[in-house]
Design a protein around this ligand. Structure first.
Ligand code: AMO
Length: 439
């Protein structure tokens, strides 16, 4: 049969049902299910095969004498995690986990798994994070890990829906670039024919150029690369960043967009990921807006650091102990923020930058941008940077650049703080860190 519409897709597949589509009311129905052999329990006269598919578990029951003997012996010998296709009849069974079991008429081993397995998928034997990441494909078969990535999918959906409904256009900008954007963070150099090139630290310059292009409100969800030496539980060298930029708005406006986006993401996950949150044992508290605004001066007072220093982990922790919800730190010293941030007219030593904090760590930062070509050029020079490298960016400010503001939000940190994960590596499929470049 040719696939003509989405509805045909299912009929062409090897199976007829996902586990979640079967209920005890299907008693007597013929079904074909497919998945992995989660467990085999061989009690002599009766054997149970627990089949696991994307959505859950199905008990396949074989009673000696009632099913074909060859089939009975085959099932008892299948290695765990092999891939199987089971045809059979649904039977209502109150003692089975879902209230039904499958009595098989046929079972095909589509692909045998080797043993021993690199990881225990049932979770009975625990494994450290490094072992899990080394065999991530198998780690992802575990319910807990899968729950995190299903939630990540919903977080992305919530963010896209929110931004779409707020008039933002999704863009994609180059990840191979010629210049740095964020002072203070190192770049990864790459080989690009005969030219010097790097992996992009941030879509910053391109999203600002889009304001000169008149797109008005743009967002990008994509990778950013940071050649930081940090080996901590909250730093990665490749991060998924959610970036926005908007014209004819102030930093205050984009802070409101950010807090509403965080709130709506929490609400969406609460509604759509009940099962996954249960698996993780997490109960989300939907943040209340507006978030508290703390000035940089107040933050360093609590954090016990000097004016002009960036908040380190210890200072963040001290402030986080005082505030139990999301909060913003505003009014930063101009000297510790990048050149593209607008300062207050009457206080040029303070700029219109903000960081969004979760009590555990910073999760986003943003600002009102400099939109005057002349001022931007001066700021680039004042930071000891060579304006020649910024020519492509500066040009966009010469021919009608509107005032604009924006922010960048770290997706893994959002997920890590939302789900109370201990390590940021839990929130990304294949982390890139100081030591890990594979898988
Ligand atoms: P910034 O450099 O603060 O700002 O990055 C924005 C957010 O990205 C996340 N992030 C990281 N997460 C994990 N590991 C890292 N090494 C890492 N580096 C950054 C954080 C951080 O808050 N161009 C500006 C944004 C803007 O002004 O629009 C920028 O990149 O969650």
């Amino acid at each position: 049969m040719r696939i003509r519409s989405r509805r045909d897709l299912k009929d062409n597949m090897l199976r007829t049902h996902y586990s979640r589509e079967i209920t005890p009311d299907d008693d007597g129905k013929n079904v074909v299910i497919a998945g992995w052999v989660h467990e085999i329990r061989d009690l002599g006269g009766i054997a149970f095969l627990v089949l696991r598919d994307r959505d859950g578990f199905v008990q396949v029951t074989l009673s000696k004498g009632k099913v074909d003997e060859k089939l009975f012996n085959l099932v008892r010998s299948i290695a765990r995690e092999s891939v199987v296709l089971v045809s059979g009849v649904v039977k209502r069974e109150d003692k089975a986990p879902n209230g039904y079991e499958i009595i098989p008429s046929e079972l095909q081993v589509l692909n045998k798994a080797e043993s021993p397995l690199p990881l225990d998928v049932t979770g009975k034997v625990s494994a450290d994070l490094d072992t899990r990441l080394d065999s991530r494909f198998m780690d992802l078969r575990r319910q807990r890990t899968q729950a995190i990535f299903r939630i990540r999918h919903h977080v992305l959906r919530a963010i896209r829906t929110f931004l779409e409904n707020s008039g933002f256009v999704e863009i994609n900008t180059p990840k191979i670039v010629a210049t740095a954007t964020e002072g203070g963070t190192a770049l990864f150099p790459i080989t690009y024919f005969e030219q010097e090139a790097f992996l992009s630290q941030s879509p910053q310059l391109y999203k600002q150029i889009m304001m000169a292009a008149g797109l008005d409100r743009v967002y990008e969800i994509g990778p950013i690369f940071r050649a930081e030496e940090h080996d901590t539980t909250k730093h990665l060298n490749e991060v998924s960043s959610v970036d926005i930029e908007a014209s004819f708005v102030t930093h205050e406006d984009v802070m409101s967009i950010l807090e509403l986006l965080v709130k709506s993401t929490y609400s969406h996950v609460t509604e759509r990921c009940k099962h996954e949150l249960d698996v993780l044992g997490v109960r989300l508290k939907i943040p209340k807006v507006p978030f508290k605004r703390l000035s940089y001066d107040e933050a360093i007072d609590i954090g016990g650091i000097e004016w002009g220093d960036d908040l380190d982990t210890a200072a963040e922790k001290l402030v986080g102990e005082k505030i139990s919800e999301h909060y913003f730190i505003v009014d930063w010293p101009t000297e510790i923020k990048p050149y593209y941030i607008e300062t207050y007219e009457d206080r040029p030593e303070i700029c219109k930058a903000f960081d969004l904090m979760h009590p555990r760590m910073e999760i986003a930062s943003g600002a009102q941008r400099v939109h005057s070509h002349e001022l931007l050029l001066r700021r680039i020079e004042a930071q000891g940077l060579n304006p020649e490298g910024f020519e492509f960016y500066l040009r966009a400010f010469k021919y009608g650049m509107p005032p604009h503001a924006g922010w960048g939000l770290g997706l893994e940190r959002l997920l890590m703080t939302m789900l109370d994960l201990n390590n940021i590596r839990e929130a990304i499929l294949f982390p890139r860190d100081r030591r890990r470049l594979s898988p």
